[in-house]
Design a binder for this molecule. Sequence first.
Ligand SMILES: O=C(O)[C@H](O)[C@@H](O)[C@H](O)[C@H](O)COP(=O)(O)O
Length: 266
Amino acid sequence: MALSGVKNDRGELRILENLDELRTDLADYIVELSEAAVKERGVFAIALSGGSLIGLMGKLCEAPYNKTVDWAKWYIFWADERVVAKNHSDSNYKLAKDGILSKVPIVPSHVHSINDSVSAEEAADEYMFVIRQLVKTRMVSVSDISDCPKFDLILLGMGPDGHIASLFPNHAVLDETEEWVTFITDSPKPPPERITFTLPVINSASNVAIVVTGESKAEAVHLAIDNVEPNCPSLPARLVQPTKGKLVWFLDKPAASKLDDLQFSE
Ligand SMILES: O=C(O)[C@H](O)[C@@H](O)[C@H](O)[C@H](O)COP(=O)(O)O
């Protein structure tokens, strides 16, 4: 690992030498959290995003991970999903299914994807209902300071504009505090219709990881992590501040290249 440490109150930074190291470190991190959750609660509730994240999780389908993970205990959710058919190339479900879920022995009934045959609003409502049922049975834990679900791990990517899940800069969706899952119909990143976890749910998780690679995101990484003046309060990634949970950033060197006060070991 090139560098790791805690930065201000912005969580733990893991800056990896290259993508291969990042893939391995990310797989080790996920497996460690899965083992801890299964030991403590008997299950592991993990929420995925779309984008490059899924490819970066690919090591989980390889030895030794594919054989050692207790896949039967995994419950899969999406922190955000595009409202398209499940077999559409834009579907985050399809991305995860093709990239990971079809390659490991996950229990099909533990995979909680959205209803793709209704409107974005209905899909968000239904998804919240599904999560509510699983919170009741404690397949998903509950926050002890709010009534929010407490996912064992929420995995996020970040766009060059600082968006995470489908929470975009300067969008009213950032102010949603009542609902666990909401919807948008005007996403600046296509496709326009999406459902997304809200900030209160993301910030109630036991663990949140933001996985960012590439130089095009270096400025957003700087604005999301460093003490910048004027502050960028509406940069969604900056609003990820788990109340009691732990935030970890997985960055490659290009993504970390504009962070203040960092010296890379060569
Ligand atoms: O469905 C989506 O669009 C995502 O969940 C989104 O939040 C994604 O994680 C970021 O846009 C980063 O995507 P990249 O890693 O591909 O840039």
